[in-house]
Write a protein that binds this ligand. Structure first.
Ligand SMILES: [Fe+2]
Length: 204
């Protein structure tokens, strides 16, 4: 993107819309379980429009038989994807609230866990869940630090290990344990990937 391009004037994504099979059932998920603020419900058009963000920054619409979709009986609802952004400092609390409301959380690999996955190239930490129609939803929190695309997708614990190593803050005992446990021909990336296999770590 260049500053001269149309995208140079875009402030962000304002709205996104999902197809749902039953408007009222979907509203129970988005309104009651997630707690989004309802902006407008139009019974005739079979749509509910919700505000997302404390300052109503983004709109989410859920549509039963959206008018732009081809109308036919038995039309399936295709799984779509969107992410709600949260501050990193709120990610643990958001995960806790989701679990309290009975929402099952998964990492990028689809494993049931409350340990977020980190995308090194952004960087950002994410956790996934589904609504009642199978749409793939996500909580995403941007992380401080420079992008590290070569890391790929790792657990948050793995990402934190990498940061500690980079900053030279790993304690001597940690370093000693690591050098005893693994041959030194391993590169840091392999170490990180191995550390992902440890599901007990919940460092947010
Ligand atoms: Fe996503």
């Amino acid at each position: 993107m260049t500053s001269e391009s149309p995208a140079g004037l875009f402030r962000g994504l304002f709205e996104t819309h999902l197809h749902v099979t039953d408007l009222e059932k979907a509203m129970r998920f988005y309104g009651d379980v997630l707690g989004l603020e309802l902006g407008l419900k139009e019974t005739n058009r079979r749509v509910a429009l919700y505000w997302v963000g404390r300052d109503r920054t983004t709109m989410l619409g859920i549509w039963e038989r959206p008018p732009w979709a081809v109308s036919s009986t038995g039309k399936p609802v295709f799984s779509q994807h969107l992410a709600f952004e949260v501050a990193f400092d709120d990610l643990r609390a958001a995960i806790h609230r989701m679990k309290e409301n009975g929402v099952e959380l998964r990492n990028f690999s689809g494993q049931i866990t409350d340990e977020p996955s980190v995308f090194g190239w952004i960087p950002a930490a994410s956790i996934y869940f589904s609504d009642i129609d199978g749409h793939l939803l996500e909580l995403i929190a941007r992380l401080d630090g420079v992008p590290a695309a070569d890391i790929g997708i790792v657990s948050l614990a793995g990402w934190n290990d990498l940061l500690r190593d980079k900053e030279g803050k790993a304690s001597l005992s940690e370093r000693a344990l690591r050098s005893m446990a693994e041959p030194r021909d391993r590169d840091p990336i392999s170490d990180l990937r191995d550390s992902l296999a440890n599901p007990q770590r919940h460092e947010i």
